[in-house]
Design a protein around this ligand. Structure first.
Ligand SMILES: Cc1cc2nc3c(=O)[nH]c(=O)nc-3n(C[C@H](O)[C@H](O)[C@H](O)COP(=O)(O)O)c2cc1C
Length: 215
């Protein structure tokens, strides 16, 4: 083999090894910070769904994952964050997918107080059209706030629809597909919570939290 080619090969191998080591070292030193940032982002995203509630647990501390098949909206695993005050359950935050969005599934966070009242709706991810369906975002309109304080008793299940479908809730001008999908998802989440709230709060973490508070 030509000596020059051999040298070039060795040089390239050394450069590749140095680059790999640099990437590995950078990853090692930034992984913790990335995880902390992600945690902070998640906490910030979850807080709008807890408006007006007193709680003293970390919002993301007590998480359960409900694998499919389940009766919640969406075909993927649903995530539930359980929130406590002095060890007692206060609310559950459901991360679910409204399946029938105009441009695909809409990932939403539905906060529900233990008594079954909606504490907040927050849109986490969507591909709805700017200027039409994207007004579901809390930075673009107050549309998402209209659900706060409502439950399956107010209105009754048939009222959980947009006004043009005979329900109680506002749609968005020129965009009824997106609101229809989200309202259906909130209603399904409320129905699930109504049937299973004891199960949702009956996980081991609840006991751990209570024990910690009693000490
Ligand atoms: C390019 C395009 C994008 C649209 N994007 C949305 C959307 O993101 N959300 C939505 O609900 N409707 C969207 N629409 C409108 C729907 O097709 C439908 O006409 C509308 O939701 C019906 O609302 P209305 O009952 O208030 O007329 C879009 C329509 C077009 C042509």
């Amino acid at each position: 083999m030509n000596v020059a080619v051999f040298r070039s090969g060795i040089t390239l191998a050394v450069i590749a090894a140095i680059c790999t080591a640099l990437v590995a070292t950078t990853y090692r030193y930034t992984a913790d910070r990335i995880a902390a940032n992600e945690q902070a982002w998640l906490e910030r995203s979850l807080q709008p769904a807890l408006s007006g509630l007193f709680y003293d647990s970390g919002v993301t501390e007590s998480k359960i994952v409900i694998p499919p098949p389940h009766e919640l909206p969406g075909n993927e695993a649903a995530v539930v964050y359980r929130v406590y005050a002095e060890g007692a359950p206060v609310a559950a935050l459901f991360v679910v997918s409204a399946r029938d969005g105009y441009a695909g599934p809409i990932r939403v966070l539905v906060g529900i107080e233990t008594v079954g009242v909606v504490t907040g709706l927050h849109v986490l991810e969507h591909r709805e059209t700017p200027g039409l369906g994207d007004r579901i975002e809390s930075t673009k309109s107050d549309w998402a706030k209209q659900f706060n304080g409502h439950s399956l008793l107010d209105p009754e299940p048939a009222g959980w629809a947009i006004k043009s479908d005979g329900g109680q809730f506002d749609q968005l001008t020129g965009a009824s597909v997106t609101p229809r999908a989200i309202i259906k998802a909130i209603k399904e989440t409320l129905l699930y919570f109504d049937e299973r709230h004891e199960e949702i709060f009956a996980e081991a973490n609840t006991e751990e939290l209570m024990e910690e508070t009693e000490q």
